[in-house]
Write a protein that binds this ligand. Structure first.
Ligand code: C2E
Ligand code: MG
Ligand code: MG
Length: 753
């Protein structure tokens, strides 16, 4: 490999060209000097009377003139326009012409000149290929032979002619040999030159830093990439120890030298990653590939140093993406796992504690469904930032997905964990958020498990915190709850129930019970509410409160709710087919069902299939359902109303209905909640509320149904207050279809008859 000498005048192509020109001039000066020496020798011949003075004078003048022209050409740079800027060919021709001129003079001169001709031929050895040299040799020989012919014709002495012929034969043998060898040398030289240029280009343009060092680690050669990568002058690095390219604490040179010892064979390589240091002290990641080379009689180590900053950055970015949540930038589940495992290991060694907080926002889905995902995303990022603010640097906040977050709080030497952190966190999260003109209030439920009491592994701690979070939700949300062992049993039971619930529809385990609604004035049964029951294979009849919230959460309420409507309509059809008069049956709708886009089509197709007049179907909605998104509720209620079904508001008085909104909804019935009816007998406050609701309903031309009427005095009060209908145990508990038919439908039909 061509070494990098480090001389500044070789740095550019221009200086390289200047160098070559000065080399040509030097070569020319040597040729001129040899011409002067030749003429001095000829002067000696002249003094011995072997040559004529005028011949030498003519030759000297011709030679001098020719050399002067060449000198000017080199100086002015005319030679650079020629194919061969060294002008070797023309100079050889000039020398040959002068020599032939001198050769005419005497046999002795011809002998000397013959030798000179061979020398001149040698000039071309490094310049021309074999063919050109061979042609030149033939021309020389022909001119020489021609010259002898002229001499012979002029009557030269026979002895001189014989000698000249001998010389001609010797030259005829020597010159082609010189041409042949010279041609080879020339092609070798050209190959070497091309290779030199080739490797020099690679050496100069290579982006990797190449460092050739000896067995001691001293740098012998290095390429210009040293400047771009390490910002160090390559020339100044020659003779320095390779260790100077590394930070003070890292010494990979010894490792490198050792690694090289183990390499066998010329192509063997070893590579590793380490750190390098630039001239200004900044660090850079490097990949070093080592190989051995034999150079200048010793074993050398060739190291290729690649700056892998970009690759490292890309790797870090990929790692970051794989370990972080793209929305909030917080660690994701994988990273949370890693951090918690680390925190547990540390706490285990230091006998410290770790809290795992499982956080879930209350009713976050409502924000997503009603205001859109963009708003949901803004809320999540705001909440994530608030969580991070509350935490210390050593803590971790991670997003598991959706609105589920995990916080890892470790006990540090400085501070013990206390509940006040959680209270602070909840207060901060509960502050209102303004998004797109909406002021949103979002509370959170937090479950906490503690290492080591509640688990020793990442999975058990997270799972237990999740169980505790669920309990916090059950306790009324906006709450936090520490994990206790008994929660686990409840969670397992819940899981079992959930899996049973998923199969209940296929296994036909649902039933409908019917509770009559009686007209207060006439005492007639004017309607019934269909209430869902789950006939569980082992648990018996499960009340709706035990599974409806779960069905709502899992989304199973949608198919179950559709089943309820269908079953109620089919039952109605059967009773009608039995000749019984039609009666309005009300079914409860869940919030999830109400939000379904195809709710109206589902109900319509059920009504058509069962051939039930829509006016005999009543849908019970709750205030919360209508108030969470008033615009959507208005649209949906209008669609349902167009269908012809009755609409009622269930559990009225427990929500926070705005009366102004209530006017916008096409409602037919208000159902006074059981809690007010229950207190009618002994609480004046409830009496006032019930009276107010009835007055309001009448003003809005709505029918009123009082739920949960158990006592006669309650019925008495409601009658006085002009309540339209009552529903409750006083009349009957919800009954299976057959009993309801016997006790109410058939009796009612008989009475009517
Ligand atoms: P709800 O719609 O307010 O239904 C009335 C509840 O009060 C029923 O409880 C009924 O059995 C009970 N009840 C009626 N009269 C009295 C009384 O005099 N005293 C007392 N203490 N209770 C009385 P149930 O059947 O357990 O249903 C509870 C709730 O489950 C329902 O409240 C309703 O919100 C929901 N639900 C029932 N069936 C369905 C359904 O098919 N779909 C949906 N989404 N929810 C349903
Ligand atoms: Mg109801
Ligand atoms: Mg109710």
């Amino acid at each position: 490999m061509p070494p990098y000498s480090g001389k500044p005048d070789r740095k550019t192509a221009r200086s390289l060209a200047d160098d070559r020109q000065s080399l040509r001039l030097r070569r020319f000066s040597m040729a001129a000097l040899s011409a002067v020496v030749t003429f001095l020798m000829l002067g000696t011949l002249y003094m011995h009377g072997l040559m004529e003075g005028r011949t030498i004078l003519g030759g000297t003048m011709a030679m001098g003139l020719g050399l002067a022209v060449f000198f000017i050409a080199f100086k002015r740079g005319w030679n650079l326009k020629a194919k061969d800027p060294s002008l070797t060919g023309p100079m050889m021709l000039l020398s040959a012409a002068v020599i032939f001129l001198l050769m005419f003079d005497s046999a002795t001169a011809r002998a000397t000149m013959g030798a000179y001709l061979c020398v001149i031929m040698l000039f071309g050895v490094f310049r021309y290929p074999t063919v050109v040299l061979m042609k030149t040799a033939i021309i020389f020989l022909c001119v020489y032979a021609g010259m002898l012919g002229v001499l012979w014709l002029r009557g030269a002495p026979a002895t001189d002619m014989a000698m000249d012929m001998g010389r001609l034969i010797v030259m005829a043998c020597v010159l082609p040999l010189v041409a042949w060898v010279g041609g080879h040398i020339n092609s070798l030289r050209n190959t070497l030159h091309d290779r030199k240029v080739f490797f020099q280009t690679i050496w100069d343009t290579c982006k990797e830093v190449v460092v050739v060092m000896d067995g001691e680690g001293l740098i012998r050669y290095t390429n210009p990439a040293m400047k771009t990568v390490f910002d160090r002058d390559p020339a100044s690095m020659i003779g320095m120890h390779a260790g100077s390219l590394q930070p003070a604490h890292v010494d990979v040179t010894h490792r490198m030298l050792h690694a090289v010892q183990t390499l066998e064979g010329p192509g063997a390589k070893a590579s590793f990653e380490t750190e390098g240091v630039r001239a200004d002290g900044t660090r850079l990641p490097l990949e070093i590939t080592l190989s051995r080379a034999y150079l200048e009689g010793t074993d050398m180590v060739v190291a290729f140093l690649s700056d892998i900053t970009k690759r490292k950055m890309a790797e870090d970015q990929i790692k970051h993406l794989a370990q972080h949540d793209p929305l909030t930038g917080l660690p994701n589940r994988a990273m949370m796992h890693e951090r918690l495992a680390h925190a547990l290991a540390l706490a285990g060694r230091q006998q410290g504690a770790v809290w795992v907080l499982f956080l879930d926002f209350d009713r976050f889905k409502l924000i997503n469904d009603s205001l859109g995902h963009k708003v949901g995303d803004i809320v999540l990022t705001t909440m994530a930032a608030r969580m991070v603010e509350v935490c210390r640097e050593t803590d971790t906040v991670a997003r598991l997905g959706g609105d589920e977050f995990v916080m890892i709080l470790s006990e540090t030497r400085g501070g013990k964990l206390s509940e006040s952190i959680i209270e602070r966190l909840m207060a901060k999260l509960a502050r209102p958020i303004r998004v797109n003109g909406h002021e949103l209030l979002l509370t959170s439920s937090i479950g906490i498990s503690v290492f080591p009491e509640d688990g020793a592994t990442v999975d058990s701690l997270v799972e237990h915190a999740d169980v505790a979070m669920y309990r916090a939700k059950q306790n009324g949300r906006n709450n936090f709850c520490f994990y206790t062992a008994s929660m686990n049993d409840a969670a397992i039971a819940r899981l079992e129930l959930e899996s049973d619930l998923r199969n209940a529809l296929q296994r036909d385990e649902f039933r409908l019970h019917y509770q009559p609604q009686v007209d207060v004035a006439s005492g007639d049964t004017v309607g019934a509410e269909a209430l869902l029951r789950w006939q569980h294979p082992t648990k018996g009849l499960v009340p709706p409160a035990a599974f409806i919230p779960m069905a709502e959460e899992t989304g199973l309420i949608v198919p179950i709710g559709a089943w309820v409507i269908r079953a109620a309509c089919e039952q109605q059809r059967k009773w009608m087919n039995d000749g019984l008069p039609p009666m309005r049956i009300s079914v409860n709708l869940s919030p999830r069902q109400f939000a379904e886009t195809d709710l109206v089509e589902t109900i319509q197709s059920i009504l058509i299939e069962t051939r039930i007049d829509p006016t005999y179907l009543e849908l019970e909605l709750t205030e919360g359902m209508l108030m969470s998104d008033v615009d959507l509720a208005e649209k949906r209620l209008a669609q349902l109303k167009r269908l012809g079904v009755h609409l009622s508001i269930d559990d009225f008085g427990t929500g926070y209905s705005s009366l102004a909104y209530l006017k916008r909804f096409p409602i037919d019935v208000l159902k006074i909640d059981r809690s007010f009816v229950k207190d009618l007998s002994n609480e004046d406050n409830s009496k006032a509320i019930v009276m107010a609701i009835i007055t309001l309903a009448k003003a809005m031309k709505l029918h009123v149904v009082a739920e949960g009427v158990e006592l006669l005095e309650q019925e008495e009060y409601l009658r006085k207050a002009c309540c339209d209908r009552i529903q409750g145990y006083l009349v009957s508990a919800p009954l299976p279809a057959l009993e309801f038919k016997e006790n109410f439908l058939e009796k009612g039909a008989l009475q009517a008859a």
